[in-house]
Design a protein around this ligand. Structure first.
Ligand code: ATP
Length: 374
């Protein structure tokens, strides 16, 4: 039995998570699979009532779960950043979910910007989730002498930066420090190669900009080489600008991309567009030996919340990705197959792809495909 923490969250989060839960109930009925759900009412409502984002007690309860399924965070009534930083990022760091896993697969029946080009789009993006230019170290300096002290605390290391700046002339300067540790690079790249091995892939593409940002991505490349040799899988290095071009022009050439945090952030949105839009994109924030969290890539979409217009496919595929990651491969495959059949039929389409089907009706269609024998 697997214990699953469920955080429906804000906006369309509860609507799409309801459908994902229905589909999970259906696979439980079909397979010998037992999942026990506990809901956590985190999000804007809870924050506005109590002033609290996540309590220590909630973190402790979540720590006892096998995985977490999350809808979305964000609400127009709350200043941007509070819920995202206070809940999403807090959970990511607390559980040290250092892998952001983003399958980018285009299913038959889903319109996309490359329509008519007959392109096969089926790649996995493994994005580093805790370092790079997203460590939050930076500042602003006006002319003259200044000193800034920063601290970066991770489970595996603690680092202090003293940045002394002597800025001549009366101008202003902003700076940001990017950090890639050998430990941080190794563990995510190792995850990528392990995944490639499990999926029997032939090529891992490492994304960087090592010709310009030579230090951080130089170290990254060293680790890619070490792990490519260890797992005996071919690797290629590509600059992020070339990857962006190829993702549009010839997406079929990619099997698995492993990327530092910043470039991964950008490329995965491009990936979401290629797979039909935000409503179709699943994701996992993974710690292979800890508690991982799965969520659709989209946000709370307040413009359509409560209207039964949200596309639940991203959330349903996230539930499938969760099962796959915790080892329930057959149940995960059931979910993906059901989603594929429903999309291929083109009968149940939400408004984001020009249809009129409501959120629960799309969920119902997927449930009935899961339960069907064919
Ligand atoms: P947040 O601040 O929570 O990120 P947002 O509106 O800025 O919210 P998204 O929620 O990602 O960002 O939405 C961006 C756009 O995509 C919106 O117009 C939204 O309606 C649309 N959208 C996002 N997710 C879905 C979905 N599952 N189904 C249909 N449309 C969606």
């Amino acid at each position: 039995m697997h214990k699953i923490g469920v955080i429906p969250g804000d906006g369309i989060g509860p609507e799409v998570i309801r459908e994902a839960r229905k589909v999970l109930d259906a696979v439980m009925e079909k397979r010998d699979l037992s999942l026990e759900f506990e809901e956590f009412p985190l999000g804007a409502g809870h924050y506005l009532q109590t002033g609290e984002t996540v309590s220590e007690e909630t973190l402790q309860r979540l720590a006892r779960k096998k995985a977490i399924l999350l809808g979305a965070m964000g609400d127009p009534r709350v200043k941007p950043g509070i819920l995202e930083k206070g809940i999403l990022l807090r959970l990511r760091f607390h559980f040290d979910q250092y892998v952001n896993l983003r399958p980018v697969r285009l299913y038959e029946g889903v319109p996309n910007p490359l329509a008519g080009k007959n392109k096969k789009i089926d790649m996995t993006v493994v994005r580093e989730n805790t370092e790079d230019f997203y460590v939050g170290l930076g500042g602003r300096v006006r002319g003259g002498l200044s000193k800034s002290a920063f601290e970066l605390i991770r489970r595996a290391y603690e680092v202090k930066f003293d940045v002394g700046i002597d800025l001549q002339n009366e101008t202003e300067l902003a700076f940001q420090i990017g950090v890639i540790s050998r430990h941080g690079a190794r563990r995510v790249i190792e995850y990528a190669f392990q995944l490639a091995k499990m999926k029997e892939l032939k090529l891992v593409t490492s994304v960087d900009k090592a010709n310009v940002l030579t230090e951080v991505y130089g170290l990254w490349r060293e680790e890619v080489d070490v792990l490519a040799a260890k797992y005996k899988i071919k690797r290629e290095f590509q600059y992020v600008d070339a990857v962006a071009l190829h993702m549009v022009r010839s997406p079929e050439r990619f099997q698995l991309l492993v990327t530092p945090n910043l470039f991964g952030d950008i490329l995965t949105d491009l990936g979401a567009a290629l797979q039909g839009g935000l409503g179709f994109a699943p994701s996992g924030n993974i710690n292979p030996s800890g508690v991982s969290m799965f969520e659709p890539v989209h946000g709370s979409a307040p413009d359509i919340a409560g209207k039964k217009k949200a596309n639940p496919v991203g959330a349903i595929l996230s539930a499938g990705l969760m099962l796959d990651t915790i080892g329930e491969k057959e149940a995960a495959a059931d979910i993906e197959r059901a989603v594929m059949q429903v999309l291929k039929s083109r009968k149940f389409r939400t408004a984001d792809i020009g249809g009129k089907t409501s959120t629960p009706k799309v969920g119902d269609a997927i449930v009935s495909r899961v339960l069907s024998r064919r």
